[in-house]
Design a protein around this ligand. Structure first.
Ligand SMILES: Nc1ncnc2c1ncn2[C@@H]1O[C@H](COP(=O)(O)OP(=O)(O)O)[C@@H](O)[C@H]1O
Ligand SMILES: [Mg+2]
Length: 225
């Protein structure tokens, strides 16, 4: 089976007032096409740091990440931004929606950035909002919606460009368990329907049970558990 993600000897250090903090060094990891995996680990272990590297939101100190066969950190910033917009969908714990804009406008932004016309972007955003069960709420702003509904908007936004890789950082961390479970079921259903490869980062074992494989991040490494 081919790999959507190959990570080679990845290192991330953050500068501190004195010296540096090494979050991980020589971290290796592969993600098979079509798999849905959880990365677990206690708070502060480096899960968000790792996901941000996979999603090109940050740069490693050393090491390589191949996304869909491309050595992503060898590219310039413009090419990286293009790869991120085209191939990666991100879901965050706190949704990261723009409060002044309606549900469909939030979902349409990745298309507008690509140069898609507003009317076409609206049609596609509304279609995707239907797929996440929000057809009645397309004109509402995030503040008029529940946490679970806001996360559904964020999921639609993450998928609007038909990414290959879906990255979710504690996607249910801000939701009650019943709502969280519905969000996880939705992620799993869309993962299959849209042929995604997906990573869910979580500190919660119940969340990890929704995934095909679970990895534990500790002491700077990832182990299959
Ligand atoms: N921008 C940053 N600058 C300095 N240290 C950071 C930064 N981001 C994260 N860290 C540190 O890196 C470590 C890993 O953080 P993080 O990846 O957020 O962990 P997790 O998501 O597993 O809770 C923590 O010790 C955190 O304080
Ligand atoms: Mg985190």
């Amino acid at each position: 089976m081919s790999k959507i993600l190959i990570v080679k000897d990845l290192c991330k250090e953050y500068p501190l007032p004195r010296g540096t903090l090494c979050v991980f060094d020589r971290l290796n990891f592969d993600l098979e096409n079509g798999s849905l995996v959880a990365v677990m680990g206690v708070s502060g272990v480096g899960k968000t740091t790792l996901l941000n590297l996979f999603g090109l939101l940050d740069k490693p100190t050393r090491g390589k990440v191949f996304l869909d066969g491309e050595d992503i950190f060898a590219k310039d910033d413009i090419k990286k931004a293009l790869i991120r917009n085209k191939k990666v969908g991100f879901i965050f714990q706190f949704y990261h929606l723009l409060p002044e804009f309606s549900a469909w406008e939030n979902v349409s932004f990745p298309l507008l950035i690509k140069g898609v016309k507003r009317k076409e972007a609206q049609v596609r955003a509304v279609e995707l909002l239907k797929e996440v069960g929000l057809e009645d709420k397309v004109e509402l702003r995030p503040g008029q919606l529940s946490g679970g509904e806001q996360q559904r908007i964020a999921i639609a936004r993450a998928l609007i460009n038909n990414p290959k890789l879906l990255l979710a950082d504690e996607p249910t961390g801000n939701l009650d368990w019943k709502t969280g479970r519905m969000i996880l079921e939705l992620i799993r259903q869309l993962h299959i329907k849209k042929n995604l490869s997906s990573i869910i980062v979580t500190h919660n074992e119940k969340v990890a049970q929704f995934c095909d494989k679970n990895y534990l991040m500790q002491a700077g490494g990832l182990t299959l558990i």
